[in-house]
Ligand binder design. Structure first.
Ligand SMILES: Nc1nc2c(ncn2[C@@H]2O[C@H](COP(=O)(O)OP(=O)(O)OP(=O)(O)O)[C@@H](O)[C@H]2O)c(=O)[nH]1
Ligand SMILES: [Mg+2]
Length: 225
């Protein structure tokens, strides 16, 4: 299998003409988790009209992928709203997205983050979105060994459906649950090294490395102006 490249600089080609576009950022703390399927595009357009506008220079599409329950939705909510979704686990249906603008050097990068459903039955929906992704955050759960063992299969799938030059980062999530750890940190590091991709452990619960992971992705997928 050919290896994917890591966090080298990559231009978000589709967004180069977006300077001075207006985009929305929902008020912090507002949870708008929800819809499935292509309805996301409509929501983007509506929110661009309804909410406070923010300028950006570059837009990048980032996909969160990995087994069901590894914490993709929670990681996104932590990054977007600074909150943790505790309590009962509501599995994502289809696909959803949220936007957040982050600063990289002097540029503002709009990350359009696609939260995919890890459940097998939604896999064909996820496949359809790989092609447009500039970056992929591939998650496993450090307390769930099978979710780590499936990473190779996820990388095979990514190789099949995503762009050749997509930026990939491996994340071992639930880093706060050290007592239940089933995957050693160095196992994650070794696997990432084998594929030539960056790795870090994160926690959607405590916020460990969450900003860092998304900022690194924004940095890698954008070209500073
Ligand atoms: N302790 C801890 N729990 C977490 C963390 N991230 C997620 N969880 C919990 O793990 C469960 C699953 O989280 P989700 O974010 O919904 O998982 P998902 O990957 O989006 O799952 P699918 O939508 O089915 O693909 C929830 O009960 C969360 O509260 C974390 O970093 N630490
Ligand atoms: Mg989810």
């Amino acid at each position: 299998m050919s290896k994917k490249k890591g966090l080298s600089k990559r231009e978000c080609a589709t967004a180069r003409s977006t300077k001075a576009h207006t985009v929305s950022l929902e008020p912090s703390g507002k949870a708008t988790n929800g819809g499935a399927g292509n309805g996301g595009h409509d929501r983007l357009d509506r929110s661009a009209l309804n909410n406070s506008n923010e300028f950006y220079d570059v837009a990048c599409k980032v996909m969160l992928v990995g087994d069901s329950g590894v914490g993709k939705t929670c990681l996104l909510v932590r990054f977007k709203d600074g909150a943790f979704l505790s309590g009962s686990f509501i599995s994502t249906v289809g696909i959803d997205f949220r936007n957040k603008v982050v600063a990289v050097d002097d540029a503002k990068v709009k990350l359009q983050i696609w939260d995919t459903a890890g459940q097998e039955r939604f896999r064909s929906v996820t496949h359809a979105y790989y092609r447009d992704a500039h970056a992929l955050l591939l998650l496993y759960d450090i307390t769930n060994r099978p979710s780590f063992e499936n990473i190779r299969a996820w990388l095979t799938e990514i190789h099949e459906y995503a762009q050749q030059n997509v930026v990939i980062m491996l994340l071992g999530n639930k880093g706060d649950m050290t007592a239940e750890r089933a995957v050693k940190k160095d196992e994650g590091e070794r696997l990432a090294k084998e594929y030539g991709i960056p790795f870090m452990e994160t926690s959607a619960k405590t916020g460990l490395n969450v900003e860092l992971a998304f900022t690194a992705i924004a940095n890698a997928t954008s070209t500073p102006h």
